[in-house]
Design a protein around this ligand. Structure first.
Ligand SMILES: [Zn+2]
Length: 131
């Protein structure tokens, strides 16, 4: 019995010695993947916010007969267009939104990290110019 106990203890120790580096390697590999997925999710949520801001800008411009180049604030958009923009949008990545003028696209300060409106070709599914 004693010998088998030592052998079992040695087996557990051996398993730990082999298993721990494998687990550590799996964690090391998965952390960047999780972080990358989180950044992609943030960029996608930010794109949705930018589209909502853009839709509100178009609605506001039509309702107020504004020409391209006219200015509008985010507060004015929220007040005038609760359907398109019910709340103050916040970039999930911590970026800041620039409403920009009527006729131009709203932008996020994290634009370089994919936080931008991706323009699609008229025929959906063929391609997109996200570069
Ligand atoms: Zn953003």
């Amino acid at each position: 019995m004693r010998g088998s106990g030592v052998a079992r203890g040695g087996g557990i120790l051996g398993s730990l010695l082999i298993g721990l580096p494998i687990v550590a390697a799996m964690v090391a590999v998965s952390i960047p993947v999780v972080a990358s997925q989180r950044r992609a999710d943030e960029a996608e949520a930010c794109q949705l916010n930018l589209v909502r801001i853009q839709n509100a800008k178009v609605r506001y411009a039509v309702d107020h007969d504004l020409a391209a180049g006219s200015t509008v604030t985010l507060e004015e958009l929220i007040k005038a267009c609760p359907k398109q923009l019910p709340t103050m949008p916040e970039c999930p990545g911590g970026g800041k939104y620039a409403i920009n003028t009527i006729g131009t696209t709203a932008t996020c300060s994290l634009e370089g990290q994919g936080h931008r409106i991706i323009k699609r070709l008229p025929v959906a599914g063929l391609a997109s110019d996200n570069e």
